[in-house]
Design a protein around this ligand. Structure first.
Ligand code: NAD
Ligand code: ZN
Length: 360
């Protein structure tokens, strides 16, 4: 078969180290088109009024937009941001800089794509639907785990689906990995987003798509997760390692896929707005049938850090609502194929998924 091997982009530039955020100004200088072409900084509003904002290298008519991460990114939100930026400036911006967790990173990727492509963001949800290169965009994670800093997707909630814009133009042009930026994250969120990385590793390493490329990154990420969540590390060392775990976990799924927890978590996210990290944990705890060792490790980590997962999330749902979640989950065909092979439909039935959802 011609071109049976996928030819993936990687992040071409990355800077790593405690305090490296302060190099951002120098990094952006060479990317400034001219003084009327601003940089747009999309920043998690949790940083409003903090010293980090003072350190953002704004010059000329650069714009800073605070965005709440209380809800996961939506296609309509991307469209509105693009419209605002186009209205505010006569010139095309020099680029987009996203500062925050997976929510802000994904929004920034999507805005950079939609500033150079016509139409609405929801028209591009899927695989390889983007025609034109996106605007220059840089990503600066402030919480570790999603791997959104390395991936070629931006996951958006659309009018009728939760699905990524997967394309060669989605990947960041520059990533700034400064572990110090993750210092303010609260314990529960640290755990949920960190477990996203752990689950990426398990789903990739236990999947049928596994290959030496994915395995090499997945094993390293898993080893780092175990150190971070099961050993006693200095806080700064722990932050360094979780940031690199996230990176490797993201690289691992680039050349494979995620699996059962992600497919089912997408259902929870679509129907109930349950966010990615916690949604994965809520599902994963009940997946001992598929990932026995992974679930045992997860329980150990959860207990060590005294994390109590909420219960009763699906207690009051009606049949239609279960059907919606199940059909969103079952729609994630590549994820099921990776998890269970081509014959996955013999194992996964609506009844089976409903029984798992009912435990949540
Ligand atoms: P998030 O971005 O939603 O942030 C979680 C919470 O942590 C928010 O309340 C945020 O304000 C807060 N926060 C972030 N940094 C902080 C800091 N330094 N100090 C204090 N609070 C901070 O969480 P996330 O788990 O990183 O991202 C989830 C999103 O990532 C979902 O939308 C999911 O779909 C997406 N995702 C994308 C990919 C991808 O490859 N593109 C992969 C996995 C997940
Ligand atoms: Zn994930």
């Amino acid at each position: 078969v011609k071109n049976q091997f996928r030819n993936f982009p990687m992040v071409p530039r990355v800077v790593f180290g405690r305090g490296c955020f302060d190099q951002l100004g120098d990094i952006l200088i060479s990317r400034r088109q001219h003084s009327d072409a601003p940089f747009i900084f999309l920043v998690d509003d949790v940083f409003e009024g903090t010293e980090l904002v003072q350190r953002i290298p704004r010059i000329f008519n650069d714009q800073l937009i605070f965005i709440s991460a209380d809800r996961e990114p939506r296609t309509a939100q991307v469209d509105a941001l693009v419209k605002k930026i186009q209205n505010d400036f006569d010139d095309v911006p020099s680029g987009i800089v996203g500062i925050g967790g997976g929510t802000l990173l994904d929004l920034s990727k999507a805005v950079a794509i939609m500033l150079t492509n016509t139409g609405r963001a929801d028209e591009y949800q899927g695989w390889d639907l983007v025609n034109k290169p996106s605007l220059y965009h840089a990503g600066i994670p402030t919480i570790s785990g999603t791997g959104a800093e390395v991936s070629r997707t931006t996951v958006l909630l659309g009018p009728d689906k939760k699905l990524g814009i997967n394309s060669d133009y989605t990947t960041f042009d520059q990533v700034v990995l400064d572990p110090d930026l993750t210092q303010g994250v609260c314990k529960s969120q640290w755990f949920y987003t960190g477990m996203d990385c752990f689950i990426h590793c398990i789903e990739s390493l236990k999947g049928t798509y596994l290959n030496a490329f994915s395995q090499s990154y997945g094993e390293k990420a898993l080893e780092l997760c175990k150190e971070v969540f099961l050993e006693e590390l200095e806080p700064a060392e722990s932050r360094d390692k979780l940031m690199m775990a996230s990176w490797h976990g993201g690289m691992s799924i680039a050349y494979s896929q995620v699996g059962v927890a992600h497919a089912m978590s997408y259902g929870l996210g679509f129907l109930l707005g349950v966010r990615h990290g916690i949604g994965n944990c809520l599902v994963f705890q009940h997946l001992e049938e598929f990932y026995p060792e992974g679930v045992a490790l997860f329980d150990k980590m959860r207990q060590k850090h005294h994390i109590e997962l909420p219960t009763g999330i699906c207690a009051n749902l009606d049949d239609n609502e279960f059907d919606t979640m199940i059909s969103v989950a079952m729609g994630m065909v590549p994820l099921w194929e990776n998890a269970l092979g081509k014959d996955w439909r013999k194992v996964i039935t609506s009844e089976k998924l409903e029984a798992i959802y009912r435990k949540i």
